[in-house]
Design a protein around this ligand. Sequence first.
Ligand code: GLA
Length: 387
Amino acid sequence: MAILAKTPPMGWNSWNTFGNNINEELVKSIADAFIQRGLKDAGYEYIVIDDCWSEKKRDNNGRLVPDKNKFPNGIKALTDYIHSKGLKFGIYSCVGTHTCAGFPGSFEHEFVDAVTFAEWGVDYLKYDYCYKPRNVAGEDLYKRMALALRNCGRNIILSACNWGNDGVQKWIRESGCHLYRSTGDISDNWKSIEGIMLSQLNNACFSGIDCWNDMDMLVVGMSGTGENEHVLSTGCNESEYKTHFSVWAMMNSPLMIGCDIRNMSEQTAAILTNKDIIALNQDIEGRAPYCIRQWNNLDNVFSLIKPLSGDASTTGCDYAVAMVNISDVKAEMSLQFFDIGLPYSSGLGLEFYDCWKHEVIGFFTERASIDIEPHECRVFRCKVKKV
Ligand code: GLA
């Protein structure tokens, strides 16, 4: 059986910025922007349309029908266009009778829908949790769609979205889903980002190869804009968006962009295409980070430590280290290397390469003490070296 999600999927999803206002021209222009703005080169692959793409009723054969005004040429014409750019296409449905916005869901239509999606050339299915029959376990409903997709004749990634309900971490890997949403919906402000981040620190261990913990689509670059009132909010400053991107990357979350990439600023493009940060997320070993809190500032400052596959020509082991300060004042993070298995007596230290400044900042033994601005996240790729 093929592994479809060796590393966390990367792409774009229509929901955060466009909500209900999606159509063929928009999606095609997003595909063009993937190429023009360097997103494809940076590793982004999937273009996913979320809720609100279909007619309100199935056809006489029980098949889903694309909205005739939004997608006048159907979905197949669109996937052909996207595939011609070397990209992949994702669509959306729901375990229940209806989607969250009230369009037809796939409950009891799983097998015909999977075949329809395969015929259309779909590569990815986001599968939501609204209007779920109360007496059927979510696990069974995700298994049902996973089974249908496995038998539809095409490789289609299954992206569960049950907002962390029903202890999803415990059963989702066995259900055959490749990623799963673990929180409620994000909105475009710091409090939302902070809340999602803190809620998932203890769940990092459930995110791994072929079944990734999805902390929701990114709001990087939305800056208080967009047509979706569910997500629209005050926006964040540049440093907060960098923290958001850094933590999602470190936590092995899929990186699904949510802003209008056609009009994104150079600053936003630089965040989303930061190859040093993306490399941590896409590390082939897919290991989860653990969290070490600042000893005298436990609630506000912490480090995420993610072992990487590293460089076999040296010691064969790198660490990604992200230091986060969620408080409103500047703070120190002192990482004691003893706590990550490198006591002074080992004769080893760490060379810190700054993944946002793109330069080595120094070689440290015993500990590294770094100042972090409010809401900032410093990210380092650390090489183990002899003292
Ligand atoms: C739910 C999901 C969102 C989005 C909407 C669409 O709220 O969590 O990501 O898909 O439904 O209606």
